[in-house]
Design a binder for this molecule. Structure first.
Ligand code: PRP
Ligand code: URA
Length: 209
């Protein structure tokens, strides 16, 4: 069964407070999402394998560690997932970026896929799917389905805020996927919004609505 990690790091929790705050404008919201994505990426890459290399310091020859040529892919769920990509790439500049476009039908709350573009070597890569919100779980489940259908084998899912209902749905549909969350909130409201949440992540990131 996949594990669920809820990050309690003070820096993440602090920044999340301002992300949630309705008074936070688009520019600051975007910057904060970027910073939290970097902090989460730092935590979520703890298990990357290392290998020894020989180097020479100004003092002597020595063996030291580097990341063992792992091929990584970051996959934002469009639109709002885009806000988390740069934060990841600051730490993992060689990662490739795929895109899965989904929107949630406002009536049925079901995800509708409109775009998929992944790196060619899907089968050889480890993927981290990113989206600020895990609400009903429909979008995350569908995005992970989309990657698996194309051959991806090792997938993690990372979001800023999750509803307990959504976490259960993803665990059930994809028991092999570890889930990384900055905050696990109370519930969903009747419109499928996370409570207390942060509102509409896409609109707040891109200044729409
Ligand atoms: C939001 C969010 C997730 C989805 C989560 O996207 O960014 O992708 O809702 O909801 P779910 O867990 O109930 O599927 P939205 O559908 O609003 O699209 P947008 O990013 O294009 O605004
Ligand atoms: N999508 C959002 O952007 N916010 C929510 O609270 C739920 C889904």
């Amino acid at each position: 069964m996949g594990k669920v990690y809820v990050f309690d790091h003070p820096l993440i929790q602090h920044k999340l407070t301002y992300i949630r705050d309705v008074k936070t404008g688009t520019k600051e919201f975007r910057e904060l999402v970027d910073e939290v994505a970097s902090l989460m990426a730092f935590e979520a890459t703890r298990d990357l394998p290392l290998e020894d290399v020989e180097i020479e310091t100004p003092v002597c020859k020595t063996k030291s560690k580097v990341i063992a040529g792992k091929k990584l892919g970051i996959v934002p769920i469009l639109r709002a997932g885009i806000g988390m990509v740069d934060g990841f790439l600051k730490l993992m500049p060689a990662a490739k970026v795929g895109h899965v476009g989904l929107y949630r039908d406002p009536e049925t709350l079901q995800p509708v896929e409109y775009y998929v573009k992944l790196p060619n070597d899907v089968e050889e890569r480890d993927f981290i799917v990113v989206d600020p919100m895990l609400a009903t779980g429909g979008s995350a489940v569908e995005a992970i389905n989309s990657l698996k259908k194309r051959g991806a084998k090792n997938i993690k899912f990372m979001c800023l805020i999750a509803a307990p209902e959504g976490v259960e749905i993803v665990k059930e549909a994809h028991p092999d996927v570890d889930i990384y969350i900055a905050a696990l909130d109370e519930k969903l409201n009747d419109h499928g919004y996370i409570v207390p949440g942060l509102g509409d992540a896409g609109d707040r990131l891109f200044g729409t609505k």
